[in-house]
Write a protein that binds this ligand. Structure first.
Ligand SMILES: [Zn+2]
Ligand SMILES: [Zn+2]
Length: 487
């Protein structure tokens, strides 16, 4: 299988303190070369050094690097990859010399859950003791133990250094007490930051994704009434966006049944792939408290949720097992769309405002709005989140960079649409044909709602030329589908 993706993560122990291992400062994504966007900087991210393993043409047993594992099938698996170059690449990151005589042990293999798009990535963790006097670059590495890392992850201060997911998966899940959740064995999950569990579950979502991340938050301490009336809802566990399709309802049932009874359910917005599992939650735990924006709730079918709900607007707080989470009004994708911050880990759960890869769509039929989308994007950046958790795809460790990328792409698209208008495009069809000339025509219908959102946004900013008539433009919407059909 040539499509396999395997990552090698390296745990190098400190020769003078076996508790400590080496972390390297991760290289941020490339700058935008634009002063506005480059002024938003994510804080330093530290994680285990790692490199991608590339497949060899044929399996090899004669590596310079010596790797030992208890499991022979694992060694056989590894013999298909170029271990030497990956290990040397990792050592190069910290300024170590090539070390051929050192033995490495495989400490664990972690396969990520089905985040998509593409196949799940496997990470092989190997461990060794470092030799003294290695010439390492001081500003790019640090020795840390698991307790330091847990403290950094669990008591976050904005702008502080951050600790990445390889440390959590490779070391922390074995050494600090994470509450074990009853996730069905057929499902894989990821815990990042510690305490926040992501379970991608098959859903009626849009390509290139197949799953919606169910977020499960169970701090493990019981809610004891602390905080009094300041919280709009309290409980011992929280789940966000139970949106799996009916084929996964048995698994969802197992998850919900295993959770504490004092359960809070939050939905970011009403789309099928975020609420399809609500009926199961209601069946397993009719006492659960549902939180949603009013515009979200009224679009949820009574077949899915027939009980009451607590309307929220954003800026409310909830308390789960003694921990604080802040709701955030986040319109743009839809008019009722909301996000949520887990305060102690400074993690931002963004709903569909962002997706793990590619750009998010706005739903023009449910109040999706470009101006709101920009506004929410800036609001998210001001929060300086340590990690961004989307409902489709992987967690993102460079939140500000990702959000700036969204702003930049949308501004470029809007500039292209304005240029089309300035050059005489008057109707929806004219503008789509001009702006999306390079794009396959089967996607034009889809692109057209994006154009409408941008034209509305240009009008709001008074950027449209005087000879452009919004009235004519709006009148041209109906004929658009016909024009595309005739092509
Ligand atoms: Zn959505
Ligand atoms: Zn979605």
């Amino acid at each position: 299988m040539g499509t396999e993706k395997v990552n090698l993560a390296v745990i190098i122990k400190n020769p003078s303190n076996k508790e400590e291992f080496l972390l390297t400062k991760q290289t941020p994504p490339p700058k935008f070369n634009d002063p506005e966007y480059d002024s938003y900087q994510d804080s330093d991210l530290w994680d285990l050094p790692s490199a991608q393993l590339s497949l060899l043409d044929s399996p090899s047993s004669s590596f310079e690097v010596q790797i030992e594992a208890e499991d022979n099938s694992l060694l056989e698996f590894l013999s298909r990859f170029d271990l030497d170059s990956a290990v040397n690449q990792v050592l190069g990151q910290v300024g170590f010399q090539k070390a051929t005589k050192v033995k490495w042990n495989v400490s664990k293999v972690v396969e990520e859950p089905e985040f998509g798009p593409g196949v799940p990535v496997k990470t092989v963790y190997i461990v060794r003791e470092s030799e003294p006097n290695a010439a390492m670059s001081e500003d790019r590495f640090k020795w840390r133990n698991t307790k330091d890392c847990a403290d950094f992850l669990l008591e976050v201060k904005p702008h502080n250094d951050r600790i990445g997911p390889l440390v959590v998966d490779g070391l922390l899940t074995d050494s600090i007490e994470l509450r074990t959740l009853n996730i069905p064995t057929t499902l894989r999950s990821q815990e990042y930051p510690p305490g926040v569990k992501l379970v991608p579950m098959r859903s009626r979502t849009a390509k290139p994704f197949h799953t919606t991340n169910l977020v499960v938050f169970v701090p493990g301490t019981s809610y004891d009434g602390m905080g009094g009336d300041n919280f709009i809802a309290s409980g011992d566990a929280l789940i966000i966006d139970p949106g799996c399709n009916s084929a996964m309802h048995k698994e969802l049932e197992q998850i919900v049944t295993a959770l504490p009874r004092k359960l809070v359910v939050f939905v970011t917005h009403h789309h099928h792939d975020h609420v399809d599992g609500l009926s199961i939650v209601q069946k397993c735990n009719p006492d659960a408290t549902l939180l949603a924006h009013e515009n979200t709730f009224r679009r949820i079918s009574k077949d899915v949720w027939s009980l009451g709900y607590v309307p929220v607007l954003g800026s409310e707080e909830i308390c789960i097992g003694g921990q604080r989470l802040k709701l955030i009004s986040a319109p743009g994708h839809t008019d009722g769309h909301m996000a949520l911050v887990h305060v102690t880990t400074n993690s931002l759960i963004v709903g569909d405002h962002c997706v793990g890869q590619g750009s998010a769509l706005l739903d023009i039929t449910s109040g999706g709005n470009m101006s709101d989308y920009f506004h929410t994007t800036y609001k998210f950046m001001e929060l300086s989140p340590h990690v961004l958790i989307p409902m489709h795809g992987r967690v993102n460790m460079w939140p500000k960079h990702m959000l700036c990328g969204y702003l930049k792409n949308r501004r470029n698209r809007e500039a292209a649409i304005l240029k089309a208008i300035q050059e005489g495009a008057k109707t929806l069809f004219d503008i789509v044909a001009y702006t999306y000339a390079e794009v396959d025509r089967s996607l034009w219908i889809h692109a057209s709602s994006n154009v409408r959102l941008h034209v509305d946004h240009l009008a709001q900013q008074n950027k449209l030329p005087e000879d452009f008539s919004l009235e004519n433009f709006n009148g041209s919407l109906a004929e658009f589908a016909g024009s595309v059909g005739k092509l």
